[in-house]
Design a protein around this ligand. Structure first.
Ligand code: ACO
Length: 326
């Protein structure tokens, strides 16, 4: 079929991978000045999955990708592009994690590149993947994979308890009716200093800093999260000209249960309509939304025609959302 026949793009397959090792709040409390009570009451987190020593963003992303391809009935040779959202890539600069996954898949007809929009990376990659899929007229693989456990200071109780590792992936295919309906992407770059991983090439001193840990102004990020998620939801609905009541599934980035409570309350949406798995997986950064999608898919909770709203925020301070017709 000629490329111009396809006006739209839909998600054909979803997959996720979580490392086997589960670490509970109680286990963390044995070596850190914290408690299950504090972590659970301040974040809603009960446990997190942590990568094995030999696992990384590419190997976890590969597992999620294989599951998404199988779910979508798409073979690696059909792919036109592999896009990986990650802020914890296997290599600091290159090769890209996408190239590593493309190679392992044997996706010999696909280009490959990484994208970093921190925790908002998946929605950015989905938006870019939609354009690429439509332009190429071929399937596109979008992966989000994070090994957060390697960039947190395990002695800093204010940050290390919040994160987990994991990967999620979707396969996009050209479609004759709308699947990915609309996206909103934005950033408050002036506030970027509120959430930084202290490693990089900005200055010579930075380049010598090893390892570089996450530093966060938790309160500033909390306020940004609530403000930006509400803004994205309102803009998505207004620009798509659809009422909020029609959304069947809100799938927000899982960073803190209290952030989700505040957004749902402020938007007048019952808490139950906001998907939540933070208690099991903690904050998996860009991977959190595709991990949630895969969980809902496994539960057969996503029905054809359902309206699904994805919304994320994170370092940058980048934010974004997508509205999907399943
Ligand atoms: N265990 C026990 N006590 C702790 C812990 C801990 N793990 N962490 C902090 N505390 C203590 C602090 O030292 C402080 O003690 P003090 O009052 O004696 O000084 C007290 O608890 C309160 O600390 P706050 O930082 O004020 O706690 P707050 O209620 O703001 O909660 C939190 C902190 C959970 C980090 C919250 O601010 C938050 O969730 N912010 C948003 C974080 C976020 O979303 N990050 C990721 C976004 S982007 C991305 O996903 C990469």
């Amino acid at each position: 079929m000629p490329v111009s026949s396809f006006q739209h793009v839909r998600i054909a397959g979803v997959g996720a991978y979580l490392p086997e090792r589960v670490v509970s709040n109680e286990e963390l409390s044995a070596t850190l000045d914290t408690s299950h009570q504090w972590i659970f009451s301040h974040t809603g987190i009960q446990q997190r999955h942590l990568a094995a020593p030999e696992e990384g963003a590419a190997s976890m992303g590969l597992q999620a990708a294989l599951r998404a391809l199988e779910d979508g009935g798409v073979s690696p040779g059909e792919l036109g592009m592999v896009i990986v959202a990650t802020s914890t890539a296997d290599y600091a600069s290159y090769p890209s994690t996408a190239a590593l996954i493309q190679g392992k898949l044997g996706a010999e007809n696909a280009g490959a590149f990484d994208l970093n929009a921190a925790c908002s990376g998946f929605v950015y990659a989905l938006s870019l993947g939609k354009c690429t899929c439509r332009n190429l007229g071929r399937p596109v693989l979008v992966v989000a994979s994070e090994v957060n456990s390697r960039i947190v200071d395990w002695k800093d109780r204010a940050t290390c308890v919040l994160f987990g590792d994991g990967a999620g992936a979707v396969v996009l295919v050209p479609a004759s009716s709308p699947g990915i309906l609309h996206e909103v992407l934005g950033a408050e770059g002036a506030g970027a200093d509120a959430l930084v991983r202290e490693a990089g090439l900005r200055t010579r001193e930075d380049s010598l800093r090893k390892p570089g840990y996450v530093r966060m102004d938790g309160r500033a990020v909390f306020q940004f999260a609530v403000r930006s998620m509400e803004k994205v939801i309102r803009r998505l609905m207004a620009e798509a000209n659809l009422p909020l009541e029609e959304v069947d599934h809100f799938i927000p980035h899982q960073a803190n249960g209290r952030i989700l409570d505040a957004v749902a309350r402020n938007m007048g949406v019952p808490q139950e309509r906001f998907f939540r798995n933070i208690q099991e997986v903690a904050n998996t950064a860009s991977a959190s939304i595709p991990i949630a999608l895969a969980q809902l898919r496994r539960q057969k909770a996503l029905q054809p025609g359902d309206l699904v709203l994805l919304v994320a925020f994170g370092a940058g301070l980048a934010y974004g959302g997508c509205l999907l017709r399943w």
